[in-house]
Design a protein around this ligand. Sequence first.
Ligand code: SF4
Length: 373
Amino acid sequence: MSKETGISWADSTFNAWEGCTKVGPGCDNCYANTRNNRFHEGKNWGAGAPRLLRSDKYWKEPLQWEADHETFFAEHGHRQRVFCSSLADVFDNEAPAGQRERLFELIKATPRLDWLLLTKRIGNVNSMLPADHRGDPNSWGCGWANVWLGITVVNQEEADRDIPKLLKIPAAIRFLSMEPLLGAVDLVEALGMREVGARFNGWAEIDWVIVGGESGVNARPMVLGWAKEIVSQCQAAGVPVFMKQLGANPTNREGKPHLISDKKGAVLDEWPQALRVQQFPEISAWELLDKGEHKLFTHPPQPQSVRDALEKALKAADAERLRLSAEYKSRLDAGDSRMDGNMDWARLEGAVSVVSAIRALIETEGEQNGGAG
Ligand code: SF4
């Protein structure tokens, strides 16, 4: 059986350790900090505080979920989504020695689980992923098929600062968790709906967006119009969106409270109709690989012929990258748990390099035709 979670977009949670340091406005009323204060006297919170380690028994639980994946799929109709970490940040620079590496070993050993890594430290991610080395089966490469990489975005400033960083990290699925939503956020460029040359260069590589208001006694207000605008932007861009909760303090734009009957604003019947939407990425990363598809190119084609040619080349290069990744999966399915063997890593690395090079050319071309600001 999976470990149940009250987080409606995940099936289970796993915390490789407990403890963290607040890094932004989204952390102000951190639930995990409050919980640590209650059960561990807050000893695991803040700079220099030792993080709390987990038992070996706890670390074995995902292996059992992996063994039970067929039963889970039959019951739920999707792969088990594991939110990691709800009481920490995987990319905390004070993570206990060896624990992040141990986590990636566990993720590699459980390819039938979808691991949702949500961070507020996207700037750390590149240096903390499994290293890229030629022929190394532990390499992050173009992203692991069972890892969804997400960032928390609570306002426009964080969107402008962090989404471009997220888009630079290879990942099977990239997502935003916009909870607690603290202001209006324009995601139009991030969702690929504007001409190239806009802030995010028009890349449509955000695969999923979660929205939610803050809960708890000190919850800050969430204006329902902010959430409606994000849902509307996602729908216009064809990006799945999941409205999690209104939070404890939903209001209209004039500050008038929207009445709710529970502490989190999680009763869907009490939401404005426009917010009653709870979607997931339509198919999992494994299925994407099976079908040789990826949502890299959902933004409208640009009129410039050079750009058209570059995009065509990028599509072809990425198809080759996906083909090689599918080969990887088929070997895994055949029981090659070491995931090296016959795989031609040089070719896969070459395909990844070609994709990166073409992307850089497109970015340069976009800057010359209006410039990223
Ligand atoms: S990053 Fe997450 S776990 Fe860490 S303090 Fe902020 S809200 Fe809490």
